[in-house]
Design a protein. Structure first.
Length: 118
């Protein structure tokens, strides 16, 4: 196909006409989309406490890691190994308490939402 043939086809007076069923199907799709209900909004106010708690937990974990790193840097290599081995047993009750509290809070929130009270 040459450029002249292409120009002749594109300059055709009648142009390209869609089939009659195409326009009907497009309008049906437009009407169906217009009649659809609006999407449900995300409940940001209900998710906010969980997001804040997650942020606080990450900040707390970062603070503990920072303190452990700083304390380990102040000691010799042998003392740092002893400190690293002894810290998890000292911190373990704190982590267990945090896990129990987070579990209890998530259960309370789940029961509240499941019962229909908000």
């Amino acid at each position: 196909m040459t450029h002249d043939d292409l120009d002749r086809v594109l300059s055709h007076e009648e142009g390209i006409l869609p089939s009659s069923s195409f326009a009907t199907s497009v309008m049906d799709a437009v009407r169906q989309e217009a009649a659809a209900p609006t999407p449900i909004r995300f409940p940001w106010m209900r998710a906010l406490p969980g997001l804040v708690a997650t942020g606080l937990a990450f900040a707390w974990a970062f603070l503990i890691l920072f303190k452990m790193t700083r304390a380990a840097a102040q000691f010799s290599a042998t003392e740092a190994r002893v400190l690293a081995l002894s810290l998890p047993t000292d911190i373990q009750p704190t982590w267990i308490t945090l896990a129990v509290l987070v579990t209890a809070a998530s259960l309370a929130v789940s029961v509240r939402f499941a019962s229909g009270r908000s």
